[in-house]
Design a protein around this ligand. Structure first.
Ligand code: SIN
Length: 313
């Protein structure tokens, strides 16, 4: 059987990083090396799959933006629609990897494997992890079992489904974890037909002791169309926030209760969500609830549809 044909989409990250000469070796810059150089550092890859590559972005993923997601989405959709492409491997910084992976999980069609990977050490590190991660991602994308799992992520020889993955540690090669095995992952793609050139702005507001309500008014005044509240405990809304949240709702801004703990946030559990017109996130963590809300607002879902469907994401 002919080896599968995979497209590599590169976006930057530490996997493409190099020491920053200005820092005397103390720091590195992400997203410097071009994808061709990253592929050249992994001999024998072309024995696993026929590869072609596209440099879609070159950034440190802390600077990934909704526009960057849409740009990557259109490159990924184009590739998946190409009969000459059997699957995708996407190179990405680890900092926002889980957000991008989940965005693509919701917005790409199911059917062909899509695997993201990155690295915790830059490409010029003597023990760089990028080459092994790239090799593992290509091997997974070339395998039959990866096609019906939605978007997958490989790091440090372990695969994870996009829905349940998170970056859990700032250092070390084993930086990612998931609360479910990748083998149980299912494709999503509910926004695979969404054609949009803009994602509505949704901000995340953290709950903490003394968190000021003025942040809510500031986000709304600055153009937010949705607010994800990353709240304490069960998703507990500070009493002092309630007037500002009511003002936000009166202006049509979607308000979604999520928790900074592992979920779930139970609808009408410790707040009158129906009365206040708030959405609840179920067990979606705040960064992923934000992605889901952005896509749902872009698709024009009304409040009832949002609440009926969001906890099922
Ligand atoms: C980034 O997210 O682009 C930098 C950090 C990393 O890739 O580990």
């Amino acid at each position: 059987m002919a080896p599968p044909r995979l497209r590599i989409l590169a976006t930057g990250g530490t996997i493409a990083g190099e020491a920053d000469p200005a820092s005397d070796g103390a720091r590195y810059r992400a997203g410097v090396r071009p994808v061709e150089a990253l592929l050249a550092a992994v001999p024998g890859l072309d024995g696993v799959a026929h590869l072609d590559a596209e440099q879609v972005l070159s950034l440190d993923s802390k600077d990934m933006s909704p526009d960057g997601w849409l740009h990557l989405l259109s490159a990924a959709r184009r590739a998946l629609a190409d009969a000459q492409v059997d699957g995708l491997v996407i190179l990405h910084g680890t900092d926002t990897l889980e957000e991008t992976a989940y965005f693509l999980h919701l917005a790409l069609p199911a059917g062909k494997p899509v695997v993201l990977t990155g690295a915790m050490r830059p490409a010029d590190h003597p023990e760089a992890d990028g080459p092994a991660n790239l090799r593992a991602a290509v091997a997974l994308a070339a395998s039959a079992g990866a096609a019906d799992k939605g978007v997958l992520v490989v790091m440090n020889a372990r695969a994870h489904g996009a829905r349940h993955l998170r970056k859990a540690r700032t250092t070390g090669l084993d930086a990612f974890e998931a609360d479910q095995p990748w083998t149980t992952a299912r494709p999503d793609g509910r926004f695979a037909n969404l054609a949009t050139t803009i994602l509505p702005r949704v901000d995340i507001l953290p709950g903490y002791a003394g968190a000021p309500a003025m942040l809510i008014d500031a986000c709304v005044a600055d153009g937010a169309r949705g607010l994800v509240l990353a709240l304490t405990g069960h998703g507990s809304v500070p009493t002092a926030w309630e007037p500002a949240l009511q003002r936000a709702r009166e202006q049509g801004v979607a308000v979604l209760r999520a928790s900074r703990c592992a979920g779930p946030v139970i609808r009408n559990g410790n707040a009158d969500d129906d009365g206040a017109g708030w959405l609840t996130a179920g067990d979606l963590p705040p960064p992923k609830a934000r992605v889901a809300l952005m896509l749902a607002l872009a698709a024009g879902w009304d409040a009832a549809t949002l609440q009926a469907r969001l906890p099922g994401f």
